[in-house]
Design a protein around this ligand. Sequence first.
Ligand code: NAP
Length: 244
Amino acid sequence: MNRKTVFITGASRGIGKSAAILFASKGYHTFLNCASSLEALENVKETIETRFQVPCTLVPGDVGNPENVAQIYTQIYQQCDHLDVLVNNAGISYIGLLTDMSIEEWEHVIHTNLSSVFYCCREAILPMVSQKSGKIINISSMWGTSGASCEVAYSAAKSGVNGFTRALAKELAPSNIQVNAIACGVIDTDMNRQLSAREREALEEEIPAGRYGTPDEIAQIIWDIANAPAYMTGQIIGVDGGYL
Ligand code: NAP
């Protein structure tokens, strides 16, 4: 059997971890990445291999760094000739006034959330084109659509991911490669752990669904997009409990 393959960036926790476990449960060979939480990433691999007896390969490295990404893909292509699915999920937030942000902080947010998507797609595309198939799924944010106060760099990066998604979808549609993005609302992961209980409660009141989304809900949408008809491409799919 030719086992299907998926590369998920930022898979040590949160949305990426949930997606890794879901794809593994469906028989995929998962290639999993993060930059620094290596022990957590090892634990995800152990969970996958114990529960599903499918191959899982760890490819750690900073996806905001093009040399790291090239090394990651060298490792991936030693084990498979192409990816079926690429999930660009790694991301960081930055909360604060724009006037307080340093150039280094700006570049870190842009490289991690946006340039990483370019680096990871660039290495994935040619083998997908040869196969005439592939799914690229970018994890964006509702702030990329509406903009958030005190999250200007993050909003700009995710807005960039949305534009990148729409444009690349057009470029790759003739090769039968679909590119879509998910504009997540507030999801219950470490990214939002800095909020106090009172802040969380206030935020939940603003969300029509009355609660945060779960990483498993986003993983389910990632899976659904990976299995959607080929005619669906270039879409930014909002999954935000009705917030926007
Ligand atoms: P999370 O729990 O903080 O997980 C982020 C993941 O990205 C971790 O595995 C982290 O691992 C990895 N990562 C960070 N920088 C990286 C880098 N330079 N290279 C490789 N991996 C890196 O966050 P999450 O909520 O699951 O976020 C996943 C995606 O959803 C992000 O793109 C985020 O912007 C988006 N999103 C989240 C929310 C939300 O409310 N949670 C809302 C909208 C969009 P290391 O730290 O070990 O590197």
